[in-house]
Design a protein around this ligand. Sequence first.
Ligand code: ADP
Ligand code: MG
Length: 732
Amino acid sequence: MGNVRFEALKKAKEHSFSNVHVNELVNERVKNYFARDVFTRAKMKEYIAEEVLKQLFDDVDNGRTIHRGIAGSVSIGIRKWAMDHGATHFTHWFQPLTGGTAEKHDAFFTLNKDGELIEELSGDSLYQQEPDASSFPNGGIRNTFEARGYSAWDPSSPVFLIGDTLCIPTVFVAYTGEALDYKTPLIRSTAVLCQAAREVCGLFDKTVKHVQVNLGWEQEYFLVDESLYMARPDLMLTGRTLMGHSSAKSQQLEDHYFGAIPQRVLAFMRDIECEALCAGVPVRMRHNEVAPNQFELAPVYEDVNLANDHNLLVMSIMERVAQRHHFRVLLHEKPFAGVNGSGKHCNWSMQTNTGVNLLAPGKNPYQNLQFVTFLVNVLMAVQRHNGLLKASIVSATNEHRLGGNEAPPAIISVFLGKQITEVLDKLEHADADKGIIINAKKEMKLGIANIPEILLDNTDRNRTSPFAFTGNRFEFRAVGSSANCGASMLALNAAVAEQLMLFKAEVEGRVANGEAKERVLFDVIRNYIIACKSIRFEGNGYSDEWKVEAAKRGLDCETSVPLIIDRYLAPETIEMFRATKVLSEAELHSRSEVKWETYVKKQQIESRMMGDLVINHVLPAAKRHQTMLLKKVLSVKQVFSADEAAMLNEMDYSIIRQIERHSAAIIKGVEAMTEARHRANRQPDERSKAIAYHDTVLPLMAEIREHADALELVVDDELWTLPKYRELMFIR
Ligand code: ADP
Ligand code: MG
């Protein structure tokens, strides 16, 4: 039998040179097919009666649940549109806590009492379903007597088609009402933030009726040829390589970043873009990333709930489309050690119905005071909940990306840039009595009148910051590429909402006591600037000095994922989520439980896979190579004199011993790792299991890997069966 790796390489080469799949829409104008597969408001008008739509839009726009009386007519319209466009099935599409999306398909028909087939999508099945959801994680929320989970339509996100299936975006909740997904609390958090932001806007501008929270995500990913992927059991089962010596050339030259996109990859990207655009996702930007075979995709920002649905949709489109191009897409945060990992930067902002971006400097001093108010409140929220925000982005997969020399560190801090730092410094030291004089024309002398309107200066960027102000938005960069952005966005929304509520209460309290409003605003903001200083950091987030400094400042410096998850249950977290009504204490317990459980499962799978790889792939290759050398050594001894043979065999003796040493260490390591795993599995609860995996299993995996990678360097290339880093990363 041939070497699997060489067979895979041969196929990969064929893929590289074969004709690429071209999406038939590439030469069409985007406006001809954008949102082709979405039941948009415009299309609804063709299928649903005007009075019904009026009620529906009114409910959606005001965040109310849909009036039950119109469910029937809406469902009929949806089904008719879907069937006119070739749909035969429908599914509730939801976001379980395991990550990704889940769906259960039903055909568009039932049988009537005479056994005749009728095409149907009833109001009830549109609204609500009870998926057999016992296997979705719930962290102990659903006891057996209330084991039901319900999915219910989220009408703020339009239904869409994927192939022959109508997808209905839904929330997923327990019988008792607790959220079992990411969408439910994301919607709650957005609503509470909109409300709090609108009320704070009221201090400046009474005409603001509505605030929208925006998310613009940037999805990073790797591509690997499908045949090479299939020859790497670790990639197939865990999404990352558990071993592999670094390639002689990797990203040193940084020649990949923004370089020309290879043909086959470009065809893949165009194909995803066409599909995403048909599904109404406004994807706009694509480029190479830093590491070889690493790329990025980003859309225009949208309302956070819709943007998150679109991100999840695009992730599944990418996986599907990749197969057409004989690629596999790796959404894992760290598929390859030693090169850049993948994140999903979340660009976040708030905007009013009057068209004002609350995180952008305005045209006049009053707008600038409003801008500084929101900016400083975000800083306060991030400072007060920096531990929680970190908990919202950690996972067994993102763990490998954080804290390395090329990813956001495991300490949350905020980068503001020189101009904004100066503005805040000036405000902090301004003379209150001189500073707040307001002349007859209501022009304030706050020293913030002249913030340049446009701050989007690309030179003022700090890539080492996990949370950066980028001119008109904050960019949460610590979010992982495989994550559901909902987890971090709901924490951020809720923390900022709570903060804005506190701010408003403080300002209004003092104004009610007779102080002048401008004076109070100025005063409170200045106190905040002083109070939140510890979260601001403009230096190098990768440096060791920062770790020391951050600890001194009292920021959360914990690096162990299972312990970071504890932050979900910190008293200030529970209180914040209670005050904002985003998550109850029971829901927080359930979420942290699911996080620990998922962590344990992923580590367990990786550890088992690691054992299989070294025992079934690495050691057999090493033994074969060693046997070959032993045979050679014996032959040399037969042919040459003892002295000559000793000299001729010297190098081989050394390699034979090296192989022996590494092999023995691997066998010992695997035994110890298995033992550690068993001990971890015997722990009484998920948290203790997670801690045991982190503290005892992970270090052994790292040790085993070192020996396996060392063997890769000495074993004959012909005998090595696992595709190497240079092959995985440079074939395209
Ligand atoms: P960079 O690589 O410089 O961060 P990108 O073009 O890759 O910039 O991504 C910018 C992302 O930020 C896009 O998704 C874009 O839609 C989003 N974005 C731009 N302005 C805003 C805003 N005001 N609020 C939220 N997201 C925004
Ligand atoms: Mg960015």
